[in-house]
Design a protein around this ligand. Sequence first.
Ligand SMILES: Cc1cc2nc3c(=O)[nH]c(=O)nc-3n(C[C@H](O)[C@H](O)[C@H](O)COP(=O)(O)O)c2cc1C
Length: 272
Amino acid sequence: MAFMTIDTDTCNKDGICAAECPMKIIQMKDGLPVPVNGAEALCIHCGHCVAVCPTAAFTLNSMGPGDCLPVNKDLLLDPEKAEHFLRYRRSIRTYKDKPVDRETLSELIRIASYAPSGHNSQPVSWQVVYGRDDVVRLSGLVIEWMQSMMEHQPKIAAMLHLDMVVAGWQMGLDTVSRSAPHLILANGNKANPMAKPACSIAMTYLELAIPSFGLGGCWNGFFNAAALSYPPLKEALGLKDGMENYAAMMVGFPKFKYHRMPPRNEPVVQWV
Ligand SMILES: Cc1cc2nc3c(=O)[nH]c(=O)nc-3n(C[C@H](O)[C@H](O)[C@H](O)COP(=O)(O)O)c2cc1C
């Protein structure tokens, strides 16, 4: 299949595809879009050329108009709804003792995969810790990491109140994973500088989607910190070949409903 195919009957020669291409690998020749020399090697397959064409005349070898979801104007949010959607999300720390089905967790991950990534590299690889027993086992390794931090890095351990988390765990209180039934992890290769921000952004997408499914979530910063620096946890996750955990999210059914959305600090903004 050719790298780029133009339906010359429907192309209206407006040049929008060339203007929108982030890599500038499309040029207009005799009124029609054509690839520049070496275009195929430079293309990041973001699909903007296909998605922006008003007449669906543009097809890339990796996707055509039929592979793209049409924009539904009825589903667009106005600013008030956008603010409400974003402010409605809460960190949930009390969960029902009820598992979420695998299809729903897969659907959350699928939606999160539309998050932006540098060079459209889409470097996130996901892990789901599905069984609560496994969540407990891995959280126990986070506690071990905390104990080693208390011994070797007492200042940081004190700053993070790790002693309280460990003491709570010993009394049966899980303030690592908050008794969530599941953990979703976003992993990336440390050799790829785009992987770390991509994991954070994709996990943010996932967290924002969670309430729409009647679920709750909370970032598991302790888990993520331990996975980055405690080899037994890394090993237990089976992370190999330069892979790192860059984000961890608890997921489950929330036990309680929130009725208000608390305020946050005024943003610090400098206009330059
Ligand atoms: C990177 C990151 C790590 C976090 N780690 C934890 C954590 O380990 N445990 C926890 O209970 N909450 C964690 N949180 C949740 C924050 O405490 C929470 O976002 C904050 O208190 C504001 O509450 P809200 O999310 O409901 O607006 C984390 C949040 C972020 C963004």
